[in-house]
Design a protein around this ligand. Structure first.
Ligand SMILES: [Zn+2]
Length: 425
């Protein structure tokens, strides 16, 4: 083995503690007001300009990065600007000045994330507006007592808010975990507990996300097909309910269904991700990154693939899996058009079956994509992973495993490997 296969996974679990304190609502009201004010000031300082071609180092080589064809937002960050912003916010701040620093940091992260989404074509050219009531607490405003299981939050100098997680239902789950920045809501405090776990990587699995299935490949296992139809049915059920509510002009009901749909989708994806980790431990799960295409890049080749993925839940799945397991991502270019056996790239893609005109390989397109995603990841890492070659890939390429998530009530999810063995693709 040339390189260690030990990797660290950072785990975060957030739990909330209910609170009832009129001072909290007052704090949040100020926080949200100050946050919007900070965003307004930063937004007014944004400069829109063309990016010029420049040289960049990539894998030790100098490459020319082409400039942008559209104007790109440049966020003001210099110390002079920051000082002005801080002074402006301190003018009407009745709280400890660290709260102003928290506001500034949150404002910057909101504008930065808007910028990222804007450059990827996923956000409009519009100033972010704060709609939710919350206050993010800086570490410097918190004093955590891990023995007493309490957090003391400074509101004003010598004025504190204390929350405790002693005896909470999750207490045992987070023993010896550390605490990150808490988020305060009107009725609760959300505490993120952090821990890291060392994982010995034994497998790398390539995942291709489709509308009805998630298709994976790993040589020692074969192909893994995860049924995503329950997601589809959730969508259909709530589309109908929402349409009825809309026709009756009942906005509240519509919002209720929308929220319920979101919760059910989230619940399914959480169970699915937990199931994948249980079924396939010690793995790096590799997904395509369709976000790599940006507004400023000239490439538009992945349109077809992008369109095909528009209805798939790949982004949500990728995000959730990355919270519970090690993940990787690769470019989505040609993943379903390249022959995994000889590397030949076919020009057009029609139908569900891939047929290689050069070597004659015949295989489902999902399987081809899963294999290519995995191979691309290994290639991009420039390294040999010293995994045991348990089976001949030719042989495992014929193995198809099916897995699903049951959603009945609150019962834990069950994996049902309905079919082990060859299916002859
Ligand atoms: Zn071929």
């Amino acid at each position: 083995m040339q390189e260690s296969s030990l990797k660290t996974l950072e785990l975060v679990r957030a739990y909330s503690i209910p609170i009832r304190d009129p001072r909290v609502s007052e704090l949040i009201t100020w926080y949200v007001y100050a946050l919007q004010k900070a965003i307004d000031i930063i937004w007014n300082g944004v400069e829109w300009r063309y990016e010029f071609p420049r040289l960049c180092e990539k894998n030790g080589k100098l490459v020319a990065v082409t400039g942008s064809k559209v104007k790109v937002p440049i966020i003001p960050k210099d110390s002079g600007f920051r000082r002005m912003l801080r002074n402006e916010l301190l003018k009407d701040c009745p709280y400890a000045s660290h709260w102003v620093d928290s506001v500034i940091r949150t404002a910057y992260s909101i504008v930065e994330s808007w910028r990222k989404r804007y450059l990827k074509g996923r956000a409009k050219k519009a100033k972010p507006k704060i709609k939710r009531r919350f206050a993010r607490c800086k570490i410097t405003l918190m004093k955590v007592d891990y023995n007493a299981k309490t957090i003391r939050i400074t509101l004003k100098p010598w004025e504190y808010l204390t929350v405790s997680w002693k005896g909470a239902w999750f207490d045992r789950r987070v023993r010896s975990w550390t605490i990150g920045e808490v988020v305060i809501k009107d009725d609760r405090v959300i505490i993120p507990f952090k821990n890291s776990k060392v994982i010995e990587v034994k497998r790398i699995i390539g995942w291709d996300s489709n509308e009805l299935t998630l298709d994976g490949y790993e040589p020692s296992i074969g192909f893994i097909h995860v049924d995503l139809r329950p997601l589809q049915s959730i969508k259909i059920v709530y589309e109908k309910k929402k349409a009825v509510a809309q026709a009756k002009n009942k906005k509240e009901l519509y919002e209720k269904y929308k929220a319920r749909e979101k919760n059910r989708v989230k619940d399914f994806i959480n169970k699915l991700s937990a199931g994948l980790v249980r079924l396939l431990p010690n793995s790096i799960h590799v997904f395509e990154d369709l976000d790599k295409e940006s507004l400023t890049s000239k490439e538009k080749v992945r349109r077809g693939r992008r369109k095909r993925n528009a209805g798939t839940p790949w982004r949500k799945i990728h995000k959730r899996v990355s919270e519970v397991a090690l993940t990787g991502s690769v470019s989505s270019k040609y993943t379903s058009r390249e022959c995994p056996k000889c590397g030949f790239r076919v020009k057009t893609q029609v139908g569900h079956t891939f047929e290689c005109p050069r070597c004659g390989l015949k295989m489902s397109r999902q399987n081809v994509a899963a294999m290519n995603i995995r191979r691309r990841y290994l290639k991009s890492k420039h390294r040999m992973w010293g995994f045991p070659r348990s089976k001949d890939p030719e042989e495992t390429m014929r193995v198809e495993l099916r897995a699903g998530v049951t959603l009945n009530g609150r019962s834990p999810m069950i994996w049902t490997p309905m079919k082990w063995g060859s299916e002859g693709q």
